[in-house]
Design a binder for this molecule. Structure first.
Ligand code: ADP
Ligand code: MG
Length: 680
């Protein structure tokens, strides 16, 4: 049997089982090898009845010493028990409602039993519903436990994998021998054998180490290849530096960090190679002005620019900001979003293709196939963490190797950024614009909510604006009525506590044009208080808004709360954020307290990552990376670094991975990045 064979060629896999495996994404023997156990039962470590620890799952080798005793306990509950003995002591084994299992055991025959040991009183031990196998030649080993899924038990999966592995003549190894030797790694074949059916615990550890290495190595190869691809030549060379001209258009002076970032970008763009840069800066650090300076330069050098934002609200806002920045110039800006009519879209696209438009701002709409540029010079993506690596690739594919700038407010630990942004150079805005005051944050419970609202009212009376953020859009009967919804709060406050003030309502289910209208009114100061869901989470910039109340704060992640809070404290007035939570769990309170103690996005992200793990931190799809099957980005940070070095070394000596030895690496990487990135 061959690894590329379909699983239906495995003995014992019929049509029905095949379908069940297919549901798990398993089609070939190779896919099956990657269905890793989630845990192991250690059948190799045999205990005597006397020495077996209580309340642990262990293996005991013993003879069956009695016939089955049947006890009727109550309706629907009958137990079947037997004595077993290891020659020295006796214990009970008990099956519940499972006559079949109990009667499969033969009196006088020796078995290995595996299960949790309980005790009645001092001496009498028992094991409930143990698993068992006859002691024939086969020595006890570690047995895999697979993630069960609809219709396939762990044991069934084990059997199929065992049959497959036993009948494979050869498992190809994707790691080159020299790398395997340099890092003292097992062969692929040994690793697959031992990850499924470990010889012992040491072998298992080594098998996992090898497979984690392999997975991260392939990931690094994929990412580095992207970088190499991006590093080819471009004819777009930005020779003339017009930054000083742009600075005159700005109503403020740039911070040192902003100037540095612009310089770094300008240097990149003058080299003849495409820029590939990540601009990372906490909320409010002024990323927009940096990208505006860079875009200005690109346009003044005769090229077009695009700016992509993750939401319509944000795209609209950028549009307005840039109209203002470039008011006194002849730069032509257009806004392309999903909510335009087909006719409007067509007109915008035509102007873009004709080169009449210099800057296009929009949502995903700008990466659609039919959006064509006359001469795209730079593609900017805002709040990159919301898009995947692949979408970035799509943008780069437009035009003739344009420069790429991505911006993100999510500070992430270095090892993670090595992976997620491994193909990008980094500029950091580590300085806030002058005159910013730290936002003060309070955590209260709803008993004193009125006081919090009173504080909001006081600010509104002084001519400032504010936000009330709710976890839910609307209340319906099925959901927990204790959790605040924007519609309900809006209705209550409009004619209640905030009667006489101008209230706005904003949530994700509203039509794009309604959202736009509400947002415009708020940013123009026509509404005082905006009741909103997390749709304002990214990028919204209304400096006159200085107070925010977040209802049921325990429903949000730390980084999300930090982003939300970033909507205030954007002007020179001291801002206040009030988190309301009645949650009584210490853990939740500890989590929320972090926000009252610090405004440092890095610290908050670290905590968030520590508390939730990377999966939740990024949301499963947000980072756009392939799903890792065995490696953990946090737990295997050291291997991330090792594989980065190993992959760099290999690509340096053989950038195209030419030669048959590398075919397997190439096909594995292509499969890993199969949602859009192809190596050729
Ligand atoms: P973010 O990095 O979160 O995207 P923005 O670019 O939206 O931040 O900037 C936040 C606010 O700070 C905006 O109102 C912007 O006009 C203002 N701003 C940016 N840079 C400066 C500066 N150097 N001095 C004063 N205000 C600035
Ligand atoms: Mg921003």
């Amino acid at each position: 049997m061959n690894v590329n064979d379909s699983i239906n060629l495995i003995n014992g896999v019929g049509k029905k089982k095949e379908e069940l495996f297919n549901k798990l994404g398993i089609y070939t023997v190779f896919d099956l090898l990657f269905y890793f156990p989630r845990a192991y039962e250690d059948w190799g470590n045999e205990y005597s009845i006397d020495s077996a620890p209580l309340n642990e799952k262990v293996c005991i080798k013993a003879y069956v010493g009695s016939t089955v005793r049947e006890h009727f306990i109550r309706k629907g509950m009958t137990t079947y028990s037997l004595d077993i003995t290891d020659g020295k002591s006796v214990m009970d084994i008990v099956f519940f409602n499972n006559k079949y299992a109990a009667s499969a055991l033969e009196m006088g025959k020796e078995y290995r039993f595996f299960g949790k040991i309980n005790s009645f009183g001092k001496h009498l031990k028992s094991m409930n519903s143990p698993q068992f196998v006859p002691v024939s030649g086969d020595a006890g080993k570690m047995r895999p436990i697979y993630p069960q899924s609809a219709g396939l038990s762990s044991r069934q999966i084990e059997k199929v994998i065992k049959t497959a592995i036993d009948s494979l003549t050869y498992i190809p190894d994707c790691l080159p021998d020299n790398i395997r030797k340099d890092y003292c790694l097992m062969t692929g074949s040994d690793a697959f054998h031992n990850v499924h059916f470990p010889e012992n615990e040491d072998y298992l550890i080594e098998a996992k180490r090898r497979l984690v290495f392999e997975e991260l190595f392939l990931l690094q190869i994929g990412l580095l290849r992207l970088k190499i691809k991006a590093a080819k030549q471009t004819s777009i060379v930005i020779k003339t530096d017009c930054t000083d001209e742009f600075l005159k258009l700005l109503p403020f002076t740039l911070t040192g960090a902003q100037k540095r970032a612009i310089n770094e970008g300008m240097k990149d763009m003058a080299t003849g190679k495409p820029m590939n840069r990540l601009l990372q800066g906490d909320v409010g650090s002024g990323k927009t002005a940096v990208c505006a300076a860079i875009i200005y330069n690109v346009i003044k050098n005769g090229y077009q620019a695009s700016l992509m934002a993750p939401t319509e609200v944000l795209a609209n806002q950028h549009y307005k900001t840039f109209l203002k920045f470039f008011e006194k110039t002849d730069i032509k800006i257009a806004l392309l979003t999903g909510s335009l009519t087909q006719k409007e879209k067509n007109a915008i696209k035509k102007d873009l293709a004709d080169g009449k438009t210099d800057l296009i701002i929009g949502t995903h709409a700008v990466i659609q196939k039919d959006v064509v540029f006359k001469n795209l010079g730079i593609a900017v993506t805002d709040e990159q963490h919301r898009f995947g690596v692949n979408q970035r690739g799509l943008l780069t594919a437009k035009g003739n190797n344009p420069h790429v700038l991505v911006m993100s407010a999510t500070p992430i630990p270095r090892t993670l950024s090595l992976i997620i942004y491994g193909d990008l150079d980094l500029s950091i805005l580590d300085e806030m614009p002058a005159g910013r005051q730290k936002t003060e944050t309070f955590l209260i419970n709803s008993d004193i909510k009125e006081r919090a609202y009173g504080y909001v009212k006081k600010h509104l009376c002084d001519g400032f604006q504010g936000y009330i953020v709710c976890p839910l859009i609307d209340t319906d009967e099925e959901t927990d009525s204790e959790v605040a919804s924007s519609v309900e709060i809006y209705n209550n406050l409009k004619d209640g506590y905030f009667r006489g003030f101008r209230l706005g309502l904003l949530h994700g289910k509203m039509s794009p044009s309604d959202k736009k209208k509400v947002m415009n009114e708020f940013s123009e100061g026509k509404t005082d208080l905006l009741i909103s869901t997390t749709v304002i989470e990214v990028g919204v910039d209304v400096p006159n808004a200085v107070i925010m109340v977040i209802e049921n704060a325990e429903h949000f992640g730390l980084s999300q709360l930090h982003q939300l809070r970033g909507r205030i404290g954007r002007g020179s007035t001291k801002s206040t954020c009030i988190l309301i939570s009645d949650n009584e769990s210490d853990k939740t309170n500890e989590r929320l307290k972090i926000l009252t103690d610090t405004t440092d996005g890095f610290k908050i992200a670290d905590e968030d990552l520590r508390l939730r793990g990377p999966g939740d931190f990024f949301g499963s799809r947000q980072h756009g990376l392939p799903n890792l099957k065995i490696a953990g980005l946090i737990s295997d940070a050291e291997t991330v670094r090792e594989t980065h070095i190993a992959a760099e070394k290999l690509l340096k000596s053989n950038p195209d991975l030419s030669g048959d030895n590398y075919n397997l690496i190439k096909s594995r990487v292509n499969k890993m990045f199969s949602h859009g990135l192809i190596l050729n």
